[in-house]
Design a protein. Structure first.
Lengths: 532, 239
């Protein structure tokens, strides 16, 4: 029997709501990574701050999740801590592994030694980034990243970013995760329902019921039940049932900047005890790129391409050639084909509806921006949670401004990976057509001929990618150095020297990604046999 | 059981050493060997006492870590609860190996049966992929060098103390807050009155030979006895 209280809540009528009425009932539509992360973050926050929110998540029992976004940013450590999930449990339950950055193979020339890393650990702080460049030039023919942090060497030999004794979410180097999205969602779902008091309704959304003012009053479910709410979070993926279907928020298309529109995805099981890569490996091909994400149990591999420059058949050949080369005993694998638009909603927040996840926008997973955008959306919502409908209008407008800027930044940063290439195929040449550059990126590229990417280029308090990320990609791809570099400050040279020493110590003392994970699963405290 | 081997990059390329602290790793000791050149690093935390070898009559120095056998009050479970770990403990499981002749350079030996020998990769490597010592091994090697040099020069230090009759036996009754008491016997320390009464020529000579600084460091270290007793009181209270 359903309890009387719950039944009353779920079937309450819509009525007219007074403007000053507080926002208490949150309805989340859709239960993928975005939906369950939203449920967990909001419920944990409401609990911690005694906000008294009721959070209901409705998901159709038969809709599969897309599950491409298997790479996170370091922000996920804070997110998990806020939600109240222990790191070891997360690693075990989501079949997750440490990610220390993204390696880009073949993006500049496509030749054998063409590879650079965008690590998560930033260069040492320097008031003038030209100092970093000057110090780098003093270090022989090392890559920029290798000169700035020990992380490339640590990641190259598949080491974990932390020792076993280190507490949850703390590392010797900055890190994020690779994870199995389906298992991650299952973990979030049980945490939300069992620990955080989220109500889970397994039903499909039949229709969206509006108010006189065009807001959402409630969701009518397949069973006939009405689900009323004060704030609706659209996590229905590409379907965007609320934000597009009801709120009619336009799509801002970015396909003239970023050409890829299809992907083939496979999951290849890996042998027990095989090394787990510590970085996402992105390998360029003639009309796009391949992702390769190592988890303890499997590798997720995919081929991203532009249908204008490559047929599905060619993409399949590209994918199987890559798998054949990197996992010779993989056997026959059937790829899943995904077709995706690149762009975002003009309004992420419309009325009392906020789009989070794929419903709000999508970009190729080149810098793992999908899950982090979910986290950033939720952080912005929590930091500015509307007290009532009046506040919601103002907050919604500001949210739209912030995320429009953020999407602009994402498009610019992803495009940067293409414009610095020297590859000759038509796809790559098309990417270098000036007309396909976002205007701000054209300006930045002009500036960076004479100065280094710096925080002057990224002046917002809420920048999504720091100047360090641009430095790693720009100089990783052989971007022009500004003329007349200064003498590097002695203090910086000492700092880099200490960093080198620390790097040697880390190489000697960090466990491998694989043994860190296997240690967790053996159940022994800190990964070794307990002594009596 | 000990099984000593000469440390080489070829034989021990993949060997890892546990560098954390715990009783299981051999840290539960009430005192450890030290040498005058380490006194400065020890004196703010660890009482420095002397002991005479019954058989040879020779003195040696030790850092006091507890009041009973097996008690190390600086070991808090699996945590080393101080900003410094005496070298004699920090170099475990390594030791200096020396062949017969005094001119032959010393080697680093390792006790392969020591509990610090890691069985999985939860320890620190001694050599990098090129066979070069890691920073950890470099540090161990420095400490072994210091201990070796310190050991060889400590004979002169104690000879000077004896020459000026500065060493006296010492016992200490420690009464804890719970009423129990421990008597520490068999130790020696520097007689401060005699030291202060030395004529300037003697002081100058001690200074010239480099003994004055460790003498005062050893004297200063006795003020950390109060801290050690407080640690013992806390340990008994939680015991």
């Amino acid at each position: 029997m359903l309890g009387g209280g719950a039944a009353a809540t779920l079937s309450a009528g819509y009525g007219s709501r007074v403007m000053s009425e507080p926002i208490k009932r949150i309805v989340i539509a859709g239960g993928g990574t975005a939906g369950w992360l939203s449920a967990c973050r909001l419920a944990a926050w409401s609990k911690a701050e005694k906000r008294g929110l009721t959070i209901t998540l409705v998901e159709a029992p038969d809709i599969p999740t897309v599950g491409v976004g298997e790479g996170t940013w370091p922000t996920m450590r804070r997110t998990l801590a806020e939600i109240g999930i222990d790191e070891a449990d997360f690693l075990r339950d989501a079949d997750a592994a440490f990610k220390q950055g993204s390696r880009f193979d073949g993006w500049v020339t496509g030749q054998a030694n063409d590879s650079y890393l965008h690590p998560f650990t930033p260069p040492p702080a320097a008031p003038d980034p030209r100092q970093l460049l000057a110090a780098w030039r003093r270090q022989g023919d090392q890559s920029f990243a290798t000169a700035m942090t020990p992380q490339p060497e640590v990641a190259a030999i598949h080491l974990a970013p932390k020792q076993r004794g280190m507490p949850s979410f703390a590392g010797a180097l900055n890190y994020a995760y690779h994870l199995d999205a389906a298992r991650f969602v299952a973990m979030l779902r049980s945490h939300a329902v069992d620990r955080l008091g989220v109500t889970h309704v397994a039903d499909r959304i039949a229709s969206v019921e509006g108010t006189d003012t065009g807001e959402i009053a409630g969701l009518k479910l397949g069973s006939g039940m009405n689900l009323p709410g004060d704030l609706f979070i659209d996590c229905t993926g590409h379907a965007a049932i609320l934000i597009k279907g009801h709120c009619k928020s336009d799509w801002v298309d970015l396909s003239s900047v970023l050409f890829n529109d299809r992907a083939l995805a496979v999951q290849v099981p890996v042998a027990a005890r095989s090394p787990i890569a510590s970085q996402t490996i992105s390998t360029a091909h003639k009309a796009g790129w391949l992702w390769d994400i190592g988890l303890p149990d499997r590798r997720g591999i995919g081929c991203v391409y532009s249908s204008e420059f490559m047929t599905d058949g060619e993409a399949e050949q590209t994918l199987s050639a890559y798998i054949g080369e990197s996992i010779p005993d993989a056997g026959d694998v059937q790829p899943r084909r995904l077709i995706f638009p690149t762009g975002h909603r003009r309004h992420f927040w419309a009325g009392n509806c906020l789009a989070v996840g794929l419903s709000s926008g999508f970009a190729e997973p080149l810098e793992a921006s999908a899950i982090v955008l979910v986290e950033l959306s939720l952080q912005a919502l929590i930091d500015n949670f509307p007290a009532d409908r009046c506040a919601m209008r103002i907050i919604g407008r500001r949210f739209n401004d912030l995320f429009t800027t953020r999407w602009g930044r994402i498009a610019e940063f992803l495009k940067l990976h293409y414009v610095l290439s020297r590859r000759a195929e038509p796809y790559w040449r098309a990417h270098r057509e000036r007309s396909s550059f976002p205007e701000r990126l054209s300006e930045l590229l002009e500036l960076w001929k004479g100065q280094a990417p710096s925080s002057y280029d990224f002046p917002l308090a809420e920048e999504i990618f720091p100047a360090a990320s641009y430095q790693y990609v720009y100089y990783g791809m052989g971007g022009t150095l500004p003329p007349g570099l200064p003498e590097p400050a002695p203090s910086l040279m000492i700092q880099l020297d200490q960093m080198k020493q620390r790097g040697r110590a880390l190489l000697a003392s960090l466990p491998s990604n694989r043994s860190y994970f296997d240690g967790l699963c053996s159940g022994a405290p800190n990964g070794r046999e307990a002594t009596a | 059981m000990t099984r000593h081997a000469v440390l080489t990059a070829d034989d021990h390329r993949d060997l890892r050493i546990r560098t954390d602290s715990s009783a299981d790793l051999g840290d539960a000791v009430m005192s450890c060997f030290t040498v005058p050149l380490e006194f400065r690093s020890l004196q703010h935390r660890f009482p420095i006492l002397f002991r005479r070898n019954e058989a040879t009559g020779a003195f040696s120095a030790l850092a006091l870590l507890g009041f009973e056998a097996g008690e190390n009050l600086f070991l808090d479970g699996d945590r080393w609860d101080a900003d410094y770990k005496p070298m004699a403990l920090a170099v475990q499981p390594f030791l200096v190996g020396r062949s017969a002749g005094a001119d032959v350079p010393s080697q680093i030996h390792i006790d392969l049966d020591h509990p610090r020998i890691a069985t999985a990769d939860d320890g620190t490597l001694l050599f990098d992929v090129h066979g070069r010592p890691t920073p950890y091994l470099e540090r161990v090697s420095e400490m072994l060098g210091d201990l070796d040099e310190g050991y060889r020069s400590s004979g002169r230090f104690f000879a000077a103390l004896e020459r000026y009759d500065l060493i006296e036996p010492f016992f200490l009754d420690v009464t804890l807050r719970n009423g129990s008491s421990h008597r520490m016997v068999g130790y020696h320390l520097i007689n401060e009155e005699k030291l202060l009464a030395l004529e300037p020529g003697a002081i100058a000579e001690l200074h010239r030979e480099g003994h004055l600084l460790p003498i005062f460091m050893a004297l200063a270290s006795l003020s950390s006895l109060a801290d050690l007793i407080e640690r013992k009181n806390r340990a008994e209270a939680h015991g």
